[in-house]
Design a binder for this molecule. Structure first.
Ligand code: AP5
Length: 215
């Protein structure tokens, strides 16, 4: 069983959706985006800082994000295996993670890269609704909750993220292309990369990846 996993892919590729499904296999889900949104909801200093970047689609500074992940990844529950969703996103983050995983002896087993074309990303982000309590993602056309506006998992209210608009998405896609996409080569060189086509439906994708992780 592959235990320590990075989920990579552009905004809307399905990282969060897949992570919520993979939790059933025993992984701890660590999403830097969810951590920042929690901090924003709590009104903390970290939240105020993160919000000033996220609402425009910009990346939160490396030193802030790296510090957050270092603390979380060192906690005891991560010993059973973790899914890093949305981290690393820059070369300094990937280098810091490499150093940290050596120090705490929790090496990355595989990097799952989700491929998705741009038109589909725009469609998914434009119709996404997210649970305010647990962060579970839905879609107004292709992944509706059982009760309109209510999360199937926890009963929380669904809302549209303030970075899910055309302007912020353009910025997010350009950060992805310039800063995150080069990490595909970084992990390919280390023999850790596994590519999957996220255009297939989320159930088929989950089955394929769950089988791969168990092999
Ligand atoms: P984050 O929350 O990580 O956002 P993201 O990477 O832009 O990814 P998304 O959450 O938009 O998409 P996803 O791939 O999880 O797709 P989802 O499963 O929801 O980060 C937000 C912000 O925080 C960043 O912009 C940045 O400012 C900051 N930040 C976070 N991490 C940072 C870092 N490391 N460094 C610096 N700043 C950082 O699915 C999308 C939609 O598609 C849903 O509606 C879903 O129903 C649908 N869908 C999913 N999979 C499928 C499928 N297989 N088939 C059909 N539909 C699908």
């Amino acid at each position: 069983m592959k235990r320590n996993i990075i989920l990579m892919g552009p905004p809307g590729a399905g990282k969060g959706t897949l992570a919520k499904q993979l939790i059933a296999l025993g992984y701890v889900h660590i999403s830097t985006g969810d951590m920042f949104r929690e901090a924003i909801k709590a009104g903390s200093e970290l939240g105020k800082l993160a919000d000033s970047y996220i609402k425009h689609g910009d990346l939160v500074p490396d030193e802030v994000t790296i510090g957050l992940v270092k603390e979380r990844l060192s906690q005891d529950d991560c010993a059973k295996g973790f899914l890093l969703d949305g981290f690393p996103r820059t070369t300094p983050q990937a280098e810091a993670l490499e150093k940290l995983t050596k120090e705490i002896n929790r090496p990355i087993d595989v990097v799952i890269n989700l491929d998705c074309d741009k038109n589909e990303l725009v469609r998914r982000i434009g119709g996404r609704r997210v649970c305010k309590n647990c962060g579970a993602p839905y879609h107004i056309d292709t992944f509706k909750p059982k009760v309109d506006g209510v999360c199937d998992l926890c009963g929380g209210p669904l809302y549209q993220r303030n970075d899910d608009n055309e302007e912020a998405l353009k910025v997010r896609l350009s950060h992805y292309t310039n800063q995150t996409k080069p990490l595909i080569d970084f992990y390919q060189e280390r023999g850790l990369l596994a590519n999957f086509d996220s255009l297939k439906g989320s159930e088929a994708l989950f089955d394929e990846i769950a089988k791969f992780l168990k092999s």
